[in-house]
Design a protein around this ligand. Sequence first.
Ligand code: ADP
Ligand code: GLC
Length: 490
Amino acid sequence: MLPQTRLKLLFVTPEVTPLVKTGGLADVSAALPAALRELGVDVRILLPGYSRVMEALPDKRLAAKLLNTGFHGEVQLLEAALPDSGVPLLVIDYPQFYERDGGPYIDHNGHDWVDNAQRFALLSKIGAILGGPSSPLDWRPDIVQCNDWQSGLTPAYLHFSPPPGAATIMTIHNMAFQGIFPPLLTTALGLPPSSYSVNGVEYYGQLSFLKAGVFYANHITTVSPTYAEEIQEEPLGFGMQGLLDHRYLDLTGIVNGIDIHEWNPATDKYLPHHYSADDLSGKAANKRTLQHKLGLAENPDIPLLGVVSRLTYQKGLDLLPAIVPALLGHPVQIVILGSGEAALEEEFIALAQAHPDQIAAVIGFNEGLSHLIEAGADIFLMPSRFEPCGLNQMYSQCYGTPPVVHATGGLRDTVVDATPENMNNGTATGFVFNHATVHGLQACITRALDAYGDKNRWNRIQVNGMRRDFSWNKSAREYLALYEEVLQRI
Ligand code: ADP
Ligand code: GLC
């Protein structure tokens, strides 16, 4: 197909798969730009040059030197390409901020880097420079799309820069992370004192990077239509519901897609056995492999419940331990892969030690195991209290692993509950519950286990999910239509 447009987009993000990932934002930051490129968009990704990024990109070249960033000394901008898709990358080479051992946001002890405000103000500032008239590059974006608080100051910097500047879009992947810092930093980071106001970057007596983005961007998006509604109210607006409600005409929810090259059970490079909706035998073989690997009883008939998640309040997995005793009364196995809150990690480890045949807990981040769990589990659990979009419920539908989900955000928008009506019309793909409580989760798991007991019914739910199109194709078109609409409007 011929490219439909040469719209130029700068996609500013703090993480991108496979270079640096702490969650779904990294997957979206790789797959959405790649899908937009196929639609003809001239897209470049702007990313901090963390140690692991610098090491993974041997073929980078100098694109520009920046002297007037407002930060001490020279900042180099390097050009490279994202492995696999080849999407052009612009990497910020500023070792004193980014080249260190540890995560992108936290050190080895789990503490935020003390200079996170400066580190991500620099990311934001370079996004604004590249979107404005003083860019050192020939390439000028029409739109700068910012992702989460780490790039939230870009719209503010552009707002206070001389025109002409690119249009800005603030994409919210999670309102729970807001980039909150002491008010004094407002001017230290190069914003005018007047910006520290309710009509500006001020948020309950602090400076908030996310609030800056939400306030100054030309348009705001979030990663599912339901979450776009939810954040206009308490409690999921996290204090910004008033502003978001006020800007509702400038707020669009576009559901994430998934990378169907990375997440396809017929080709998945991490799976020992491939399979498809036409022949699920490979799924049973993956289940055996998973049981073997984690020391569980190797029985094909025991329903295996899988979890791959950050272990935080958002994800609602603290509801699970309370129902484990009741669950273990059934022939059930549970596999948990995750990391996060220490108390929850310890609780799952203790449960696994007490029931080694039935429960396995792996603490840490393990991409290969996450694919094997999606493939080898029978049922996937995602009881999130809130979920802006969520990716694993889509992966699990594609992998014939019907998810059990709380009706919130993107979970509500992407999983079709196995009600009698949805079974009859052939749309049921999982199990949805309305209240994120121990009882709500338990009743829903019981419903899923009942359905699992009816092989014919179960197979229909699996195949309905596996046949759905979760690719980025549709959502990337929605973003493109939105970019064009925003450019016409401003
Ligand atoms: P969030 O970004 O809120 O964590 P998402 O569902 O959007 O939630 O994305 C989470 C992504 O991170 C998925 O790709 C999931 O497989 C992955 N993931 C989460 N925890 C782990 C882990 N411990 N090991 C491997 N992958 C993980
Ligand atoms: C955030 C959200 C998650 C979403 C992801 C990618 O991490 O918690 O729901 O899928 O961003 O947009």
